[in-house]
Design a protein around this ligand. Structure first.
Ligand SMILES: Nc1ncnc2c1ncn2[C@@H]1O[C@H](COP(=O)(O)OP(=O)(O)O)[C@@H](O)[C@H]1O
Ligand SMILES: [Mg+2]
Length: 156
């Protein structure tokens, strides 16, 4: 018998931006306090678009959801509590993230994190990684679930 794998994965085709938003909404519907989602991909990959869909689902209404490239964090209130949209592109060193209160947010809020690479591995064990890559005119999303996220992956 082989040991259970620690991760589980899924690939989802996103032919246009509407598909990215829709994936974000499905994700947002399933998020709860303490859920951490890492969004990776180059500039223009669609990370903020996906986050925008999740934020809409979380708050229950359309949101402008500006990219937090300069503010690093934007928080949103929903029926389930706070959602943090974080963009660490401009983070100089991983330690600076703790000044933002990110550690507490990991435990208490739902977190969507763009450029999680900036944390150099200081990420919660239970998390969902979504990597966006170009595919023709659209994108492809590779979802990798770690820990407790594995049981939720199929429902997204
Ligand atoms: N699946 C997709 N197919 C084509 N274009 C997309 C797709 N998803 C998002 N986009 C577009 O890509 C552009 C960059 O998206 P954005 O979410 O700002 O990227 P990032 O945050 O990764 O830099 C936007 O114009 C957006 O509408
Ligand atoms: Mg962005």
């Amino acid at each position: 018998m082989t040991a259970a794998t620690a991760t589980d994965s899924r690939q989802i085709a996103l032919p246009d931006a509407a598909a990215t938003l829709a994936l974000g909404r499905r994700l947002g519907d399933r998020l709860g306090p303490g859920d951490v989602v890492c969004l990776t991909g180059n500039l223009g990959a669609g990370k903020t678009t996906l986050a925008r869909g999740a934020i809409e689902a979380w708050t229950g209404h359309e949101e402008e959801a500006p990219s937090p490239t300069y503010t690093l964090v934007q928080t949103y209130e929903g029926a389930k509590g706070d959602l943090w949209h974080v963009d660490l592109y401009r983070l100089k060193q991983p330690e600076d993230a703790w000044e933002l209160g990110l550690e507490d947010a990991f435990a208490e809020a739902a977190c969507l994190i763009e450029w999680p690479e900036r944390l150099a591995g200081h990420l919660p064990r239970n998390r969902l990684d979504i990597a966006l890559t170009p595919q023709g005119e659209g994108r492809s999303a590779a979802l990798v679930a770690h820990g407790a996220w594995r049981t939720k992956l199929g429902s997204i």
